[in-house]
Write a new protein. Structure first.
Length: 249
């Protein structure tokens, strides 16, 4: 059974590992190609876009794909929408694999916002030295913040305009709580901005902010397209694939 796994997330790599080791699955993983040195999954890998929903639909037909797992980043709304549209048009079953959101804990000082422009407005009211952990895309939403200083952490250099007072820190998780606490203290951070990406890889910053009493601006996830099931772990996604395989046999 030919399976397309969309995404370069840890969950996508874990699913590729699990499914590649099981007879009956032919796995192809697709990466967007936005990270310069991505961590590659097991099995066949393609890099780059498909050309929108119609391009993906054509690729599914040409590749004789039998199932799609959308294991992209929780904020990759465009590819998730394209995957849903292509799956619907082609009749190929689709499941969304999304890690659970982070949960606010006692002692947290979270402010939830719907998007990055709202995050920039809230951060401006909360502090002077901002730890910006939203990845390399979307930093331009903070470019007009001339009063504040920003520590911008990303895997690759940010794209587009940036705030005039900033430092770029290139690093890839996972991060330890002790290291995050040391970073907050050394850079004298007084507000943290993050997307609700979920997962353990970068959760340590939330624990460090909690311990330091630092407010956190959390950008909510975009909604998933309707019509397809959603699972929260690679194991659950594998069980869904097994079920599809059984129905085909």
């Amino acid at each position: 059974m030919r399976v397309l796994i969309l995404g370069g997330t840890r969950e996508a790599r874990e699913l590729a590992h699990l499914a590649s080791g099981e007879r009956g699955f032919d796995i192809v993983s697709s990466l967007a190609g936005r990270v310069r040195a991505p961590l590659l999954p097991e099995g066949a890998v393609r890099v780059g876009g498909f050309g929108g929903a119609e391009g993906l639909r054509a690729w599914l037909a040409a590749d004789e794909t039998a199932a799609i797992v959308d294991a992209t980043h929780p904020f990759a709304a465009v590819i998730s929408a394209n995957a849903a549209a292509a799956a619907h048009a082609s009749g190929v079953p689709l499941v969304h694999l999304r890690r659970p959101s982070w949960v606010e804990r006692p002692g947290d000082r979270w402010v939830r916002v719907p998007d990055l422009p709202a995050a920039a407005r809230e951060a401006a009211a909360l502090g002077e030295r901002v730890f910006l952990t939203i990845g390399r895309q979307g930093v331009d939403a903070f470019a007009g913040s001339v009063r504040q200083w920003f520590l911008i952490r990303a895997i690759d250099p940010p794209e587009g305009a940036m705030p005039p007072r900033h430092e770029v820190l290139l690093a890839r998780g996972p991060f330890a709580v002790e290291d995050e606490s040391r970073l907050l203290a050394q850079r004298r951070i007084d507000v943290l901005v993050t997307k609700d990406s979920g997962g353990e890889q970068t959760e340590a910053k939330l624990a460090a902010a909690r311990a330091a009493g630092i407010p956190v601006v959390v950008v909510d996830r975009p909604p998933l397209p309707e019509g397809a099931p959603v699972v929260e772990s690679p194991e659950q996604a594998l069980n869904w694939l097994r079920d599809r395989r059984t129905r085909r046999s």
